[in-house]
Write a protein of this length. Structure first.
Length: 242
């Protein structure tokens, strides 16, 4: 078995997420269609993160499993695929990987960025959560400081609840530049919609002028409650670590 590591960027706006779904346009689906056009056969193509509908990526990683090595230069192969892919998907790099490399199961961590704008702009509305009011950046930073460590997010599981709820967040930082607020969240793994839930709760706590302990209670489920989910369009998968 020969394995190739892909790094991929895409605009998630017009996709129903990464993973193939019947009768739905997905990132994995359009890439596999292009691979089939190139090879004439279907081959296993696995992504590191099954990003949700509307979520973007600058550093999604995928592994392609082939029965024999490529008989074409990797750069020519990359350019050939990009020539037949739609404009909202781009293969940034292709390189050979160890035969035991698996984009999803070999990953040691992932870095997500979430972008908020406090200024409405019709040209960037597909790529950020536009909130028409200011947010206290100092308060957000304090909340982010508590969003580090190992957590049991059983109370936040959505979708497949057989997945482990244990997540270690290595780093959670917030910065502001002009009308943009950016969250940088790095963890060993992420449950379904976790980043969007964390951002949604931090924004809700800040907007409502709640005490920080309310957010901490949410993290550790001191009091059962519903939670707020930030929209998908502000979220980016920046990179995957191995």
């Amino acid at each position: 078995m020969f394995v190739y590591k892909f790094v991929i960027a895409y605009d998630g706006t017009d996709f129903f997420g990464w993973q193939i779904q019947k009768d739905k346009r997905t990132v994995q689906g359009v890439i596999e269609q292009s691979l089939k056009r190139f090879f004439g056969n279907n081959y296993r193509f696995i992504g590191a993160s099954r990003t949700d509908r509307g979520v973007h990526a600058d550093g999604q990683v995928a592994s392609l499993f082939l029965p024999s090595p490529l008989n074409i230069n990797q750069e020519r192969f990359r350019k050939a695929l990009n020539a037949i892919l739609p404009d909202d998907v781009y293969i940034k790099s292709i390189e050979p990987a160890h035969e035991r490399f698996h984009a999803r199961f070999s990953a040691k961590g992932k870095y997500y960025r979430y972008i908020i704008s406090t200024q409405k702009n019709p040209f960037t509305r597909r790529y950020e959560w536009q909130i028409p009011f200011d947010l206290d950046i100092k308060h957000l930073k304090k909340l982010a400081d508590f969003t580090k460590g190992t957590f049991n997010f059983q109370h936040l599981l959505l979708g497949d609840k057989t997945n482990s709820p244990i997540v270690t967040l290595f780093s959670t930082n917030v910065e502001k530049s002009g009308d943009k607020i950016m969250f940088h969240i790095i963890g060993d793994r992420f449950t379904y919609k976790l980043v969007r839930i964390l951002v949604g709760e931090m924004v809700y706590n800040t907007r409502k002028n709640l005490q920080i302990k309310e957010y901490v209670n949410f993290l550790y489920r001191v009091k059962p409650k519903t939670f707020h989910i930030a929209p998908a369009n502000g979220l980016y998968l920046v990179s995957v670590f191995y």
